[in-house]
Design a protein around this ligand. Structure first.
Ligand SMILES: C[S@@+](CC[C@H](N)C(=O)[O-])C[C@H]1O[C@@H](n2cnc3c(N)ncnc32)[C@H](O)[C@@H]1O
Ligand code: SF4
Length: 384
């Protein structure tokens, strides 16, 4: 008898909603239907095709089919936070008409546009975290610049209504000129329902950077700051080139913005590895002190920066790691059950995300309306 596909009837919405623009390589701009660490298949080349053409490319359709048949055969299921936290939805719980149409009528070509666009096309960064890169990349290569310019201009001219844009998961949004151009020039109010998620190491996210983004303040729905440590010493290992002092100052500022309701959701992130796992409880305390909404954990993956031997040392979560028992004590301790913890792809040990601390759409919409009201008032006053 044929083996039952492992996830039959369970739906991951990513390939039906998500579009990632990767970094140009050898004249191509690879795109993805999920985080490439988890689903590495290239769905198209933005240097030759338009975003909308890629959205319904054969590769996208193939990936969608693998979700609908329950095989998930292109996914690294061990690294997927949705699978590891048992967050896949039953088909009966899906409301999105395009996913239902795809499931029941095998319609893999979608009429709906991507709901989420992840900007991953510039690797420029002020840090050189060993988990991410072997050395500093402070600006793009000459051969990449024309692509980056074109993509940025296309995005600035695209109708981004009802789209969530993630800036960014490649370099840092406050370093490269292209991401900064996007964040500082985008006219947020022209795109009804646009939402922006900022992902940054936080070292350059200060009051000045915040003020420069004034045109998209009402659209920012979430800010995630990657830290990977709870002490300056460990930070020096996991986040090469970062400044603990500046980061702490900026976190105080962001915490204040959160308290004032200027940003609706603040998260601090931690990539778990051998160097930092003992600081997990202290990291949760740091999150509580800063009054963030969530403290997020995820497994270190090998992005090609580690040899196999080094990676095995970093992989504290592997049962064959010599310190696994110590790690296991930490990851299953009662601090990790706190509602503030988002277990990422450690859900199988920690449990699911606490309901009260999931991203709350209602809060985000109220926040956006309040900001708009404030803006109208200011504009009204200026006119008088
Ligand atoms: C590449 S960074 C880009 C955005 C920003 N520079 C930052 O650090 O948040 C996006 C996320 O990937 C995480 N990351 C870096 N190296 C990783 C690895 N080897 N495995 C898993 N996540 C990693 C970072 O900690 C960060 O949360
Ligand atoms: S800060 Fe982000 S982009 Fe920069 S090196 Fe670290 S993980 Fe990579």
């Amino acid at each position: 008898m044929a083996k039952k596909p492992p996830f039959r009837g369970k739906i991951c919405r990513k390939p039906f909603e998500y579009f990632e623009i990767g970094t140009p390589r050898e004249g191509r701009v690879p795109c993805y239907s999920c985080c490439p660490t988890i689903l590495p298949n290239i769905t198209g080349d933005l240097a030759k095709q338009s975003l909308d053409e890629i959205w319904n490319s054969e590769e996208y359709k193939k990936i969608r089919a693998s979700i609908l048949d329950g095989s998930y055969k292109y996914c690294r299921t061990d690294l997927c936070p949705e699978i590891q936290s048992d967050n896949l939805l039953d088909i009966g719980a899906i409301e999105d008409p395009s996913i239902l149409d795809a499931y029941f009528n095998q319609k893999l070509e979608l009429e709906s546009r991507p709901k989420e666009i992840n900007l991953s096309y510039d690797q420029s960064c002020n840090l050189a975290c060993p988990s991410c890169r072997e050395d500093f990349i402070t600006s793009p290569e000459e051969s990449q610049k024309a692509h980056l310019d074109k993509i940025t201009n296309e995005l600035l001219n695209r109708d981004l209504s009802d789209t969530k844009v993630i800036a960014c998961s490649s370099g840092d949004p406050f370093v490269g000129e292209y991401f900064k151009k996007f964040l500082y020039e985008l006219e947020g109010s022209e795109h009804e329902g646009l939402k922006i998620q900022i992902m940054t190491n936080g070292v350059l996210f200060n009051k000045r950077a915040w003020e420069k983004m004034y045109k998209i303040h009402s659209q920012i729905e979430m800010v995630c700051i990657s830290i990977d440590a709870a002490t300056e010493e460990t930070y020096g290992i996991t986040r090469k080139g970062g400044s603990w002092k500046l980061l702490m100052e900026n976190l105080q500022f962001l915490s204040l913005l959160r308290e004032r309701g200027e940003i609706p959701f603040l998260r601090i992130d931690f990539v778990v590895q051998d160097h930092n796992y003992q600081e997990i409880p202290a990291f949760i305390k740091l999150g509580e002190k800063l009054k963030v909404d969530q403290v997020f954990f995820q497994k270190v993956a090998n992005w090609g920066t580690f040899s196999q031997e080094e990676y095995e040392k970093r992989c504290i979560y592997s049962e064959s790691h010599p310190q696994f028992n110590e790690f296991y004590k930490v990851i299953t301790s009662k601090e990790l059950k706190k509602p503030i913890v988002n277990p990422g792809n450690f859900g199988h040990w920690i449990g699911p995300v606490h309901k009260d601390h999931r991203f709350n759409w209602r809060n985000a919409i109220i926040h956006s309306l309040r900001k708009r009201l404030r803006l109208w008032k200011v504009m009204g006053l200026k006119r008088e």
